[in-house]
Design a protein. Structure first.
Ligand code: FDA
Length: 540
């Protein structure tokens, strides 16, 4: 690929922008980018001009907004990119990166757009109108399954639903361990780890990545061999938008049995939910690896109670599962009628909430909020010793107070106990009983609703402090939370102390991630508010 001529285009520094109106400045930037792309145009990159969307283009809004799940980042005052680019060829991605680097433009990479803080398509800082472009990989959604080798190459812009469906088209005995919601993008999901209902048997999605194609900050395309083992280690869980644009991933598929079993058993406080949840904390992480029982806890307003939904996948037949439950978890009171046998791909649909009998092709679709606003905020924690009954009772008070909040508890143990903390950047392995995800969602617009719902989840998170991991208080990077790691001024820090988000997400792997980042992207071209900084950018 031709290197852009750095002299032939004089470009604005952000300081210069203040002398222009915002509109003029953005038009100027857009023009600069187009000129750079023209200079870089080769036959294979010429089509990129059909894939650039600026605000004067009638498709701009739909192209920008189609994957946005969180209305918190989809309002009129949400900072918008000056351009969304949806390349179709690898060479086009290279050209965009080279030109953005030359013009000192900030790039936000987007695959499925599920980032909890909207970092793949907006500036989260209030009042930050600095220009950025969105590089959207929607067209990199090819999935090529090799059922003999038991591998697949999957484009970053594919959803996990597309991956599941394409695998099931080729084989009934192969599957892949990734997230529950089918619309999650592979690009961000694998970059942060990625887990689902087979976590205890097969670990994370990133544990199964065996090769990848990546465009680095110099515009080179690298694969596992040419990027080297350090960078290959870093991209498997070290967080998105940090080391380059991952174009595609080669994954090792896993064997799934012909018959699996699911159940959804609901217990309210009046049905002894507190004691069952209390028991679950020490039972669920020690069950056979094939069995994953998570709990979704929600409040019920008129009844002033809490429902604990025991939602499960067992990689085997119902009769065997029933014996395990009767022997190891009799408190749950499961019966044969509670258990449903099906194929693995049917279980994917079932656990994702599709009605019985839905064709697996539904996994190719995306989720739309039916035009309804859906604001949400998420957070995460890790639990290493069971929370006492009185502690759980305090949690129920929160859920009764606001029925829009929910808590999801996902058991660890199994293979997560066996994989070393440093195998990939995702460090939360042995010693965890379970992970908690807190979610608060609401539909009313406005500051008042925002503040009361955000206050609820922050108070709940504070309440959990004595019960969860400490020094650091660990968190899952794919449940990105900009609240963590702020300094006393409320700003995000890049420090290496335990209060820093980097150590919370990656524990001692943070140090190795910084080393890799310093080597491969010392200028910090690929960055967001929680990307790994090169060493020179760390401020304690
Ligand atoms: P998005 O495109 O927003 O990217 C996320 C981050 O990765 C951004 O920083 C982005 O810049 C970067 N990035 C994206 N593509 C990249 C690429 N090709 N190269 C480099 N960087 C890239 N998680 C989980 O483990 N299990 C689960 O079951 C679920 N379920 C779930 C449901 C719902 C409704 C949501 C909103 C989220 C989840 N998640 C989850 C969390 C999910 O794993 C996380 O948000 C992922 O980062 C989403 O990846 P996307 O590509 O969709 O996001």
């Amino acid at each position: 690929m031709k290197k852009p001529n750095t002299l032939c285009f004089l470009f604005v520094s952000f300081v210069c922008l203040s002398s222009y109106s915002n509109h003029q400045a953005l038009a100027y930037i857009d023009e600069g980018l187009k000129q750079c792309l023209i200079r870089n145009s080769q036959n294979q990159t010429a089509s990129i001009f059909n894939d650039i969307y600026t605000p004067d283009n009638s498709s701009f809004v739909s192209v920008l907004q189609y994957p946005i799940k969180n209305t918190r980042f989809n309002s009129s005052d949400t900072p918008k990119p000056f351009s969304v680019i949806t390349p179709k060829e690898e060479a086009e991605v290279q050209a965009v990166i080279l030109c953005a680097a030359e013009l000192n433009l900030r790039v936000r990479i987007r695959s499925g757009g599920h980032d909890y803080e909207g970092l793949s398509y907006t500036n989260p800082k209030k009042g930050d109108h600095s220009p950025f472009l969105v590089l959207d990989l929607i067209n990199f959604n090819n999935v090529a399954v090799d059922s003999v080798e038991k591998t697949a190459w999957v484009g970053s812009g594919a959803t996990v639903g597309e991956l599941y469906y394409r695998i099931s088209e080729k084989s009934k005995s192969l599957g892949f361990p990734a997230g529950v919601c089918h619309s999650i993008g592979v690009g961000g999901h694998f970059s942060g780890g990625g887990y689902g209902m087979m976590l205890r048997k097969h670990g994370l999605s990133a544990d199964h990545v065996v090769d990848a194609r990546l465009v680095d900050a110099k515009g080179n395309i690298l694969d596992r061999k040419s990027m080297g083992e350090d960078l290959f280690w870093a991209i498997r869980g070290g967080g998105g938008n940090t080391f380059g644009v991952v174009l595609s991933w080669k994954v090792q598929l896993i064997d799934v049995p012909e018959t699996v079993t699911t159940f959804n058993i609901v217990r309210t406080l009046e049905q002894n939910a507190t004691n069952i949840v209390h028991k679950w904390q020490s039972i669920a992480p020690n069950l056979p690896q094939e069995l994953f029982i998570r709990i979704i806890a929600i409040g019920q307003k008129p009844q002033n109670t809490v429902q604990a939904i025991f939602n499960s996948l067992y990689l085997g037949p119902a009769d065997t599962l029933l014996k395990i439950l009767q022997q190891s978890f009799p408190e749950l009171g499961a019966t044969r009628q509670d258990l449903r046998e099906m194929s693995w791909i049917e279980s994917v649909l079932n656990i994702d909430g599709f009605p019985n009998g839905t064709h697996p092709k539904a996994l190719l679709g995306t989720i739309v909020n039916n035009g309804k606003p859906y604001y949400f905020k998420g957070k995460s924690d890790y639990v290493k010793t069971p929370i006492p009954v009185e502690g759980l009772e305090g949690v129920w008070d929160f859920l009764k107070e606001n029925n829009s909040g929910l808590i999801i508890m996902s058991p660890y143990g199994g293979i997560m106990e066996e994989i070393s903390e440093s195998a990939i950047p995702f460090p939360h392995r042995a010693g965890n009983l379970y992970k908690i995800q807190y979610v608060m969602s609401w539909s009313e617009a406005g500051k008042k609703a925002y503040e009361s719902h955000m206050s609820w989840i922050r108070r709940l998170f504070h309440y959990y402090t004595p019960f969860v991991s400490k020094s650091p208080r660990e968190a899952y990077v794919n449940y990105r939370d900009l609240d963590i790691g702020r300094n006393s001024m409320g700003n995000l820090t890049y420090g290496a102390q335990s209060k820093n988000w980097g150590v919370k997400y990656f524990k001692s792997n943070f140090e190795r991630l910084v080393r890799v980042k310093t080597q491969v992207d010392p200028q910090n071209f690929f960055r967001n508010e929680q990307s790994i900084p090169p060493r020179s950018h760390i401020v304690n």
